[in-house]
Design a protein around this ligand. Structure first.
Ligand code: ATP
Ligand code: MG
Length: 441
């Protein structure tokens, strides 16, 4: 039990008070080092790892305010609580501004001190956990690259994360759009969650209920209320991936939510207010879709407040060598296999490639070689034929490919579904089902 709650440094020039508080805190599971002399206490502070410092303000050798300052210099995250006589409440208040977590006025009850300390420590621990999580996320989504183009994007991410304007990220498949969206969220101080949704992954009706949620009884099967992504992302960031596939039918509703930050769930009667930052991404030329009437112009302008265009890998080949190194390292760590090295001849060969699948394709290639090849050195003989290769990327969106193929077949046959189906080599009823599922009506 003793010490389980944390380790406390206690300083008060009144010996009897030190003894009483020490005993009281120890009974509550804290371990306590008590001092009457702040100078000696500080010496100890530098040697030990305390969770909190409780110090009196008025002491002959050194004031508690000075103790606070020195503790913070040594460890900016240390929690300091001040004990003050009624007469010096003013200085305690200014000490809070200087980084003290709390203060308590004499005389006080032991229960009160314990409660305040426990609360302050819990708060500090939650904050610490939160900061660790953010640091972890920023590392997980680190952008590797030293080209000018990537440097500019990194700067832009930091700059825009501080403001809440909506962002539209454009770039070919595999260029890092999702990474950029995550980074913007984790650099920002938005307290809510990062909620990704891929607009191409749902047929129209389902997407609507995914985004806005529904009330019990809104339709057959709606046997309870369900929160939509907008609500889940409240005070956070909603990442609308593949926004260009958002059905025209849903676009006005999204536009309204963006304008008013208010939406009504399906079957609901009251609009609900939310505070959501939107980051949208697309690998299609959305301006072209606007010109062709496939995407609403007003919605496009609402989303495109801050445009971020990620260039394809072939336009920043100088990043390829460090990306290779990064993926060799990452794969070896993740799969717990020995890291391989790569010859400069092999790197040169990879520099010649045009990387249609961009960074994802490069990552997949490295992973494949790491897993399948025994040799510890990657030379050109281990590289696949990169001149007329099949796409290495296994992550190209299947819905997307299917949609494209069906569109093409329908155009070629002037909308004759029977002929289109035979062109595609599938049964007519399958084609009908797919048209419905992919919302190609
Ligand atoms: N600059 C980079 N540094 C390190 N890894 C990267 C970088 N850019 C992309 N990646 C990695 O490449 C893969 C693809 O990135 P991401 O999913 O963000 O691409 P995308 O643009 O969203 O692709 P898609 O259009 O197919 O959805 C991920 O594994 C990501 O970690
Ligand atoms: Mg993506």
């Amino acid at each position: 039990m003793k010490g389980k709650q944390g380790k406390v440094l206690l300083i008060d020039d009144e010996k009897s008070l030190v003894e009483v508080i020490k005993l009281g805190l120890e009974e509550e599971g804290y371990s306590v080092d008590g001092f009457c002399n702040p100078v000696l206490a500080l010496r100890r502070f530098n040697l030990e790892n305390y969770d909190a410092v409780i110090t009196d303000i008025k002491m002959p050798e050194m004031s508690g305010i000075e103790v606070l300052k020195r503790c913070k210099e040594y460890n900016p995250r240390i929690l300091v609580m001040l004990i003050t006589a009624y007469s010096s409440v003013e200085s305690a208040i200014s000490a809070i501004r200087g980084g003290a977590a709390d203060y308590i006025t004499k005389p006080f009850r032991m229960e009160e001190l314990v409660l305040r300390l426990t609360e302050a420590l819990n708060k500090a621990r939650i904050k610490e956990r939160y900061l660790n999580l953010i640091t972890e996320k920023l590392k997980e989504y680190e952008i590797i690259g030293k080209s000018e183009k990537i440097k500019t994007i990194k700067e832009k991410i930091k700059k825009v994360s501080g403001i809440d304007s909506h962002v539209l990220i454009q770039g070919e498949s595999g260029t890092g759009k999702e990474i950029v969206a995550n980074l913007i969220h984790y650099y920002s101080n938005r307290p809510g969650r990062f909620v990704p949704i891929n607009c191409s992954a749902f047929p129209s009706e389902l997407l609507e209920s995914e985004l806005f949620g529904y009330k019990k009884g809104a339709f057959t099967g709606a046997d309870k209320n369900k929160d939509g992504m907008f609500k889940i992302a409240n005070r956070g960031t909603l990442f609308l991936d593949e926004i260009s596939t958002l059905p025209l039918k849903l676009q006005p509703k999204l536009l309204r939510v963006i304008q008013d930050m208010e939406f009504t769930p399906l079957g609901g009667t009251k609009p609900e207010r939310v505070d959501v930052r939107i980051i949208a991404a697309t690998n299609q030329n959305i301006e072209e879709l606007v010109e062709n009437g496939k995407f609403r112009e007003d919605l496009f302008y609402r989303l495109n407040v801050i445009p971020i265009n990620i260039p394809p890998l072939r336009e920043r080949k100088e990043d390829i060598p460090i990306l290779i190194e990064h993926f060799l390292e990452k794969t070896s760590e993740r799969l717990n296999i020995k890291k391989k090295t790569i010859t400069s001849r092999a790197i040169d060969k990879l520099l010649e490639c045009d990387w249609k699948g961009n960074i994802r394709e490069l990552e997949n290639l490295i992973e494949r070689i790491m897993v399948l090849e025994d040799s510890e050195v990657i030379d050109i003989d281990l590289l696949p034929n990169l001149d007329n290769r099949k796409p290495l990327s296994d992550s190209i969106n299947l819905n997307h490919l299917e949609r494209e193929a069906i569109r093409k077949a329908l155009t070629m046959t002037n909308g004759d579904r029977k002929r289109a189906a035979s062109l595609l080599g599938i049964h007519t009823s399958t084609l009908y089902r797919k048209i419905k599922k992919l919302d190609l009506e």
